[in-house]
Write a protein that binds this ligand. Structure first.
Ligand code: HEC
Length: 132
């Protein structure tokens, strides 16, 4: 007996949604000071460095945010506009300080330029989503 193709789509779609933290709601109290949010990425002229950011992301972030930044369990879906619409400086600040009460650790121990590299990689996650 042949199973109609449509039957496979439903469980597949359910699985994809379940693997992504689409229900993520941002903590309204977790906001960088305005000067910090305006900080420019000092590596902006060196897009090639994003590859190093990907390595750092794999090492430090994937366990919670997933390889494509989709967000596992309670971790933010980093592809979402609520995240991507923030400035580089704001994302940098959030990575640096974390939000420990809600499960995001502080990464102030990663050298400054490497944190900026991670920000560059976060921008690629947005592009990956647009290509879907
Ligand atoms: C132990 C799990 C964990 C790890 C590891 C982790 N995160 Fe998070 N992250 C979270 C959680 C949970 C949140 C949501 C916090 C909240 O609800 O306010 C979050 C939020 C964020 C946000 C902010 C999203 C927003 O709404 O503005 C960014 C950006 C982020 N993480 C980036 C990273 C990066 C980059 C790394 C690696 C350097 C990383 N995270 C590692 C759990 C984690």
């Amino acid at each position: 007996m042949r199973i109609p193709t449509g039957v496979w789509f439903v469980p597949l779609a359910v699985a994809l949604v379940a693997a992504q933290n689409v229900k993520y709601t941002q903590d309204p109290d977790w906001k960088p000071p305005s000067q910090t949010a305006e900080k420019k990425n000092p590596l902006a002229e060196k897009p090639g460095l994003a590859a190093g950011g990907k390595k750092l992301f794999t090492r430090h972030c994937v366990e919670c945010h997933g390889q494509s930044g989709e967000g596992l369990r309670k971790a933010a879906d980093l592809q979402l506009p609520v995240v991507q619409d923030q400035s580089d400086g704001a994302l940098y600040w959030k990575i640096t300080n974390g939000n420990p009460d809600r499960g995001m650790p502080s990464f102030s121990g990663i050298p400054e330029l490497q944190r900026w590299q991670i920000v560059m990689h976060l921008r690629k996650l947005k592009r990956a989503e647009a290509e879907k």
